[in-house]
Each structure stands twice: as C-alpha cells, then as structure tokens.
Design a protein around this ligand. Structure first.
Ligand code: FE2
Length: 373
C-alpha cells in the first residue's frame, strides 16, 4: 500500500503519468481495431470509446470551466460525455477516432500549465478537486480494462497468485475509526467521509487471501451451481435466467492459485453459504485489514453491506457521484483489484455495484463466526 497523503510536488508527475497511461491504452485499443472500441460490449456499460471522451470531458469541465471560467463545450458535446447525458446504448457514436484522440489531449494541454502555476495556498484550496479528478481517471481506466478483458480474453495481465487453498486468520473484536479522515492530501472520496467510530463486537475468522480457484472449484465440482440450497431466491432466479455455471473469467485465469475473478454478489454469497461462512460486513472487512493487509490489491471483494452514506456525508464534487447510488440496491466491494492504481489501494476505498454484476474484477472474501451464522 502506498502513502495515502499526496502533496503538490507528488501530484504533478502522478497526474501526467495517469493521462500518459490513458493515452497508451487508447493507442493500443485503436491499433487493435476501431469496431470494438465503439461497440457497447455489455448492456450495463458504455462503450470503451465513451470512457476516454468522458475522462477528458470531466477534466475540462471541472478545471477549465469551473475553476478557469472558460466555456469548453457545445451543448451537444456536453450531452455526449456528461455522466447523466446520453443513455449508455447511444454512446457508441460519440466522435470519430481522430477527433476523440485529439479531445483526450486538447483540454489537458491547458490544464497542466494551470496546475504548474498553483502556489501552495491555491493548491490547498483546490487539492480535493484535483485529487478527485486523478481518482476518477484511474477508475475509468479500470473500467476500460475490464471491458477490454470482456471483449478480448487475456487482454489484461493476470492477477497475482497466492496459495492454492489460503487458510483463515483470527480477527479479535475491537473499535476503530472506519472511513477516511478529511486531512489535506487525502484521496478519500465523499462516500468514505467522515471517518466515524466503529466497533466489531465479536471476533471472527476471515480467509487470509481472496478465495482461490482451487476451493471454489470444489463448490463447482459438487454441483454448487445446480443446487438451490446454497442460493438466495433472487440469486437462484438470476443464475437460472442467465444460465450461469461459472465465474466470468473462470476460463481465462486458470492456475489453481489464481483468485476467483468475475463473480456476482449472488455467486459470492452462495459460495460463502456452501462453506458455512458469510460475506463480511464492510466494517468487519476494514477492521480485518489491519491484521491482513494482503486483502488489498488482488480482486474486489463483495461485502454483505448495502452501499449507504456514512454519518455526516456531504456530496463531492456533485450529488450524483455517490449519493444517487444510496438506493439499497447496490452492495459494497472492498480491496481494489490488481488493476487498480497502487495509489488508490487503501482500506477505506468503497466500490459499489448491483448484485448481478460480475464483469469488474470481482472476487470473494468470507468470514466465519465461532457462534455460527
Ligand atoms: Fe465518471
């Protein structure tokens, strides 16, 4: 895990490298063929091309337009790339390859001199917005990466290997501050603020690594996907409707020591049930991280906690960023994946998806209580 505090001197190269990486991904994808770049590969997600435009748009909107007072977009462009603009199915015809490649750098070339000209005082007053922008771009890079993986198996480097069967670690009860302290230089997002006192009242066992293929293969081998006793009603319905019989990337990352990658919340819950275990609450997961930091940086792990605001939540930088998802229909994932930018990997980072979602690099963590479930 890298340092969680970022100052202006650290930020400049970090921000430039981030766009450099976005540019490299763009080049690689363009070289691989334009068709799939503009296709909607899955109904839940925008085409990859849109994400590139949205990255550049977001930077221009918040820095050039909001901070700099420059008018950057036509109505049409605004509608094309705003998060609440066009429906996802209509985001495939946003621009030509040439225009989009240019758009990626156009605003950025004005933004960098603005960043370079900031003095310490200005940086302090603007840093939260800049850090959020960096975070936002990194997250869209990860979305592009899993969409790419979805379109072309083995597009992405494989996840880190662990041991074939993991093991469990005992986590004692205790109290801690859950979330992110709103200190200067913190990357913490609106949904992980403000940090608040949390308690875990009884100890529990937790898998010491995200669940690997080998134990998950046992669940599959005994017919776990065909036995409704392990599944919730909604999960069983989903499994039957979709004809699911294995994780999304089961045939891609095939070493027994690879983590299970590409499971829905329904699958993760069914597996935990099969083992006589449970998905952790997010409080348990974050607390356990103090003893088992290896939980971070392998695969996103589903928790049993619905995505909800922390006490004193204040939206930033706009209401729809997190608040619109506090609807009881999304579950929190923790840990980051091996594709997540190392600077973003922190124990307080919350991701959230609907329970049927499995395309992101999602995996499983389980806990066991001595008193049973
Ligand atoms: Fe976004």
């Amino acid at each position: 895990m890298s340092s969680s505090v970022i100052n202006l001197t650290d930020f400049l190269p970090l921000y430039r490298q981030c766009r450099q990486k976005t540019g490299e991904m763009w080049q690689q994808l363009v070289a691989g063929g334009e068709d799939r770049l503009f296709q909607q590969l899955h109904p839940d997600y925008s085409p990859m091309a849109w994400h590139f435009g949205h990255i550049a748009f977001t930077e221009m909107l918040w820095i050039l337009q909001h901070l700099g007072g420059l008018r950057c977009f036509s109505e049409r462009q605004f509608h094309q790339f705003a998060a609440d603009g066009l429906p996802k199915a209509e985001r495939g015809q946003v621009m030509t390859v040439g225009a989009l490649g240019q758009f990626l750098w156009e605003g950025h070339s004005k933004v960098i001199p603005m960043l370079q000209s900031l003095d310490a005082h200005e940086w302090r007053s603007q840093e939260r917005l800049w850090l959020w922008l960096f975070h936002h771009e990194c997250q869209h890079q990860e979305t592009i990466a899993f969409l790419w993986q979805h379109a072309q198996p083995r597009a992405v480097t494989p996840p880190p290997r662990g041991s074939a069967d993991g093991g469990e670690r005992w986590i004692p009860p205790g109290a801690f501050m859950q979330g992110t302290l709103a200190t200067h230089g913190s990357l913490g997002l609106d949904n992980e603020r403000q940090a608040f006192p949390a308690a875990v009242t009884s100890g529990f066992w937790i898998v010491s690594e995200a669940v690997r293929r080998s134990p998950y293969g046992e669940f599959m081998a005994v017919g776990g996907y065909n036995d409704p006793q392990w599944w919730s009603d909604a999960g069983w319905q989903w499994r039957c409707d979709q004809g699911i019989d294995r994780p999304q990337y089961w045939d891609v990352f095939t070493d027994p020591r690879d983590p299970v990658v590409g499971v829905s919340w329904y699958e993760a819950s069914a597996y935990a049930h099969f083992r006589g275990m449970s998905l952790p609450s997010e409080t348990e997961w974050e607390w356990a991280c103090l003893w088992v930091p290896e939980l971070i940086g392998t695969v996103w792990q589903w928790t049993r906690s619905p995505f909800a605001p922390y006490p004193g939540f204040v939206p930033f930088p706009y209401a729809a960023y997190s608040q619109d998802y506090f609807d009881g229909g999304h579950y929190v994932l923790r840990g980051g994946s091996w594709v997540t930018h190392p600077k973003l990997q922190r124990k307080s980072f919350r991701n959230w998806y609907h329970p049927h979602v499995r395309q992101p690099f999602t995996g499983i963590c389980c806990v066991r209580y001595d008193h049973g479930l």
